[in-house]
Design a protein around this ligand. Structure first.
Ligand code: GLC
Ligand code: GLC
Length: 815
């Protein structure tokens, strides 16, 4: 490891549940998310980022330019002019060297503190619960021995609502921008005169001595965010934007005696009005709701109270599952960051991050079903609603839209459907929900097809047609046809493309005559099929259970017969019926997805297939940073395979470490009872372990998982990308909480079945489950797997399921 790789940019503060960044020049912007339900913000460690209401595409409140130079330019900026020195608490954009800098990313809040020439500026950013606004509480403190007179400028740049057209349609955009100014509030009302019934505002709870709302007037056409003319000259222009680029900047003169400090509450809010209450006078927006929202958050006391409520909210969420193992690195991921990331992925699916622009992708059918497995224990009613929303985008034949827009909840026609793994995930999500809550009534909910009123059938019926969709689409080996792609969006076996202008995701999907089958879907079908069978039995549908059991058994036979390559499971058959992921192939002889799913399904365990497959993962896929997706990497484009072979070696779906699928193999290891192997795979992609080893190499945030780490064939193995929004979060959670630590919600109670490294020592899990509260202590006694005895409230029980009963229970587990 080089010196450079050992440099540290921050550290965990577990007591406060924060990651503390001590150097603003992180190897990549390290971001956080604010907001929990409707109003959201992304914020980087230098206060970059943006805000939106519900949908990052259609209701973008502030503007952001991706892949900018310099990186991460634009955000909520405070400029402090102290004599000739202009600086920002978050260092950017002026980049004036600070005497002190710190950014603390916490649970739905971020606090950025800077000090310069005896002045401290600390900003607390958060979105209060149930409020459509971002609070920015700025505290200025004079730590010097002289009186300070400062000039403070705030800055936000409005997005003209639709984040996509905002970056494209300039012939229109430059003429539509409109604002209103009233006291210390700047209102953004572009397009309000026509079809929009929403506006935004930026307020500060103190009189202002000036303002700006026109970007060019404030910044200057030949200046930058780093040196806006108005700030540099210490003179606001009181500009009123008409068209071009509207912004919001307050100007405040502040005098601070030695030791004195002052709070300023800035509020970025979003308002919707009823159609017939849009205006208070011709052309003037109705500000009643804005005034009301401002009044709720216009003092330090009110804001501090809202912040305390947010912290209590997180206390409660993180009290549902808490482990004490004595290993800080594990405990902090399980108790804090993994659960936090699960909430974030549940909220955003793959829409808005510093790698996802918020305009391209809505909520994924498969992605969201997986995300909710990591989230369902936190707020089950929201998971329930999500399941209904997702199922409502399904078609009557069980197929579904691959994505839907969160604002409209309508399927996204641009991407369409045809991903044949999608339907199975609905079972995966629904089963997890029922096991957590015991709420079988969800199965009776009436849910439409493609959101068409009048087409409603029960959710159970949706599950049934999901299973049937697989059975009705089997190929020549009686394995599932892959369709456009399975979980691996880039294995496009029916999309033959030589045209660089077409997307692999949407180009033709030749279903006529195809023999392209997927072993990943086969494994997924067996896993979710077993779940479906158990569910049917549970609700008294014996016949349906038997019908599906037969289909599952046939699938298992098909995999054993046509899906085994000798040392591992095949990955697929191509359009022509040729093997993919076989020793016979020239490249990509083995793939991780089918190893993961077929070992989770325990297909052929009795014949040694599972053990061999897991061993092959160690032998061919594992490297220092995790397991790669396929090996060897593709070195050339293969027309019959599609996007997977379009990536250079070691990146993304071409032999990158796709962290999302590593847990599948880890669960396979756990089911096989191989605790040492499970743990060693797990620790390799556990952020807190990576944090210590390679902050600089890894590049992205050390407190969350990223989608992909460059694999062993890459130019720079170990480099992370696509942080935050990834199925990895839910899968890491599912793996560690249920399979490693072994606390598994089940219909009738909690099943205890840990799989641990032999070095594991006693640990305790505090688990709230429905109306019960369990304190479960596990004594591994050096065993990797196998529960010998469970004692509940002093009485030994039979089997491994703690029967559910409300109230507090103390459980002792001996392995
Ligand atoms: C991305 C997608 C996910 C897909 C995976 C593999 O993470 O969000 O849906 O399964 O890539 O292609
Ligand atoms: C690209 C990415 C893949 C992602 C897909 C979604 O193919 O490689 O990870 O799932 O786009 O559109």
């Amino acid at each position: 490891m080089t010196m450079e790789q050992q440099k540290r940019y921050g550290h965990f503060d577990d007591q406060h549940r924060e990651y503390v960044i001590t150097d603003p020049q992180t190897p990549w912007p390290w971001i956080n998310y604010l907001g929990n339900e409707d109003f959201f913000s992304l914020i980087s460690n230098t206060a970059g980022g943006y805000s939106f209401y519900k949908d990052a595409k259609f209701r973008r409140i502030t503007r952001y330019r991706y892949n900018n130079v310099p990186m991460d330019n634009g955000g909520r900026y405070f400029y402090i002019k102290d004599g000739d020195t202009v600086w920002n608490p978050g260092w950017k954009p002026c980049k004036t060297p600070l005497d002190f800098y710190e950014c603390r990313h916490g649970m739905s809040y971020t606090r950025i503190t800077g000090r310069k020439n005896g002045v401290e500026a600390s900003v607390l950013f958060f979105v209060p619960l149930k409020k459509w606004a971002e609070v920015q509480k700025l505290t200025l403190k004079n730590e010097s021995s002289e009186t300070k007179t400062l000039k403070l400028f705030s800055f936000e740049e409005w997005c003209l609502w639709n984040a996509a057209t905002d970056m494209e349609n300039f012939q229109r955009n430059f003429s539509t921008g409109e604002v209103e100014i009233e006291g210390s509030t700047i209102y953004h009302k572009t397009e309000y005169r026509e079809r929009r019934n929403h506006y935004a505002f930026y307020h500060v709870n103190t009189p202002i001595q000036g303002f700006d709302t026109d970007r060019e007037t404030f910044v200057g056409l030949y200046n930058e965010f780093a040196d806006p003319q108005a700030v540099m000259e210490g003179k606001p222009r009181n500009s009123h934007a008409h068209g071009w680029s509207p912004i919001a900047s307050h100007y405040i003169e502040v005098t601070l005696k030695p030791g004195e400090s002052k709070d300023f509450v800035f509020l970025l809010g979003y308002i919707e009005n009823e159609q017939d209450e849009k205006f208070e006078a011709p052309q003037m927006i109705n500000k009643k709701k804005a005034h009301a929202l401002i009044a709720e958050l216009d003092s330090t006391a009110k804001v501090d109270k809202a912040f305390a409520e947010l912290c209590e909210y997180w206390d409660a969420l993180l009290n549902i599952y808490k482990v004490r193992t004595g290993n800080d690195k594990l405990d902090r991921m399980v108790n804090i960051w993994n659960q936090y990331q699960c909430m974030v992925t549940f909220n955003f699916s793959r829409s808005a991050s510093f790698f996802e622009s918020g305009v391209g992708r809505g909520m994924g059918f498969r992605d969201s079903n997986q995300d909710l497995v990591g989230f369902v224990h936190q707020i089950p009613p929201r998971a329930r609603q999500r399941i209904i929303d997702i199922a409502s985008t399904q078609f009557p034949d069980g197929g579904c839209y691959h994505q839907y827009q969160p604002l409209t909840k309508r399927g996204n026609n641009d991407i369409g459907g045809g991903f044949n793994d999608d339907p199975c995930w609905l079972i995966f999500g629904t089963v997890a929900y029922i096991k957590e809550t015991g709420d079988f009534s969800i199965l009776d909910e009436m849910v439409p097809f493609d959101n068409q009123p009048g087409s409603e059938v029960t959710l159970f019926e949706h599950l049934k047609i999901s299973m049937d969709h697989v059975i009705k689409n089997l190929g020549p080996h009686m394995l599932p046809l892959i369709g456009r792609a399975d979980w691996n969006d880039c294995l496009n076996l029916n999309c033959f493309s030589w045209d660089p202008n077409e997307s692999f995701q949407t180009t033709e999907n030749v279903s006529e005559g195809t023999k392209a089958e997927s072993l990943m879907i086969a494994g997924l079908f067996v896993v979710t099929g077993k779940d479906y069978v158990a569910l049917c039995k549970k609700i008294g549908k014996a016949e349906e259970a038997a019908r599906m059991q037969k289909a599952v058994d046939e699938m298992i036979e098909a995999v054993k017969k046509h899906g085994w390559d000798g040392e591992w499971y095949l990955r697929a058959y191509d359009f022509y019926g040729r093997k993919i992921g076989s020793n016979e192939c020239e490249e990509a002889k083995i793939f991780i997805e089918s190893q993961g799913w077929c070992t989770m399904a325990e297909i052929g365990a009795e014949d040694g297939m599972v053990a061999k497959s897991l061993d092959s993962c160690k032998k061919y896929l594992e490297c220092e940073h995790g397991m790669v997706l396929n090996n060897p990497a593709f070195t050339k484009y293969i027309y019959e395979y599609g996007e997977i072979s379009s990536y250079p070696e070691g990146y993304k779906e071409n032999a990158g470490i796709f962290c999302h699928n590593n847990p599948w193999v880890i669960i396979g290891e756990c089911l096989a009872g191989r605790g040492n192997d499970a743990w060693s795979h797990y620790a390799k992609i556990l952020p807190s372990y990576v944090e210590e080893k390679y902050q600089t190499l890894h590049k992205v945030e050390p407190y969350v998982n990223c989608q992909m780490v460059a694999g062993k064939d890459a130019y720079k193995p170990g480099e992370g990308k696509n942080s935050w929004l990834t199925g990895t979060a839910a899968w890491m959670w599912y793996t560690v909480s249920e399979f490693i630590l072994g606390i598994k919600p089940d219909y009738d109670g909690i099943r205890i079945d840990p799989c641990l490294p032999e070095t594991a020592t006693d640990y305790t899990v505090q688990r709230k489950f429905r109306e019960a509260d369990y304190e479960i202590t596990i004594h591994p006694n050096g065993a990797q797997k196998g529960v010998k005895q469970i004692v509940v409230d002093g009485k030994p029980i039979d089997g491994t399921v703690i029967p559910y009963s409300a109230g507090k229970h103390v459980v002792e587990v001996t392995m």
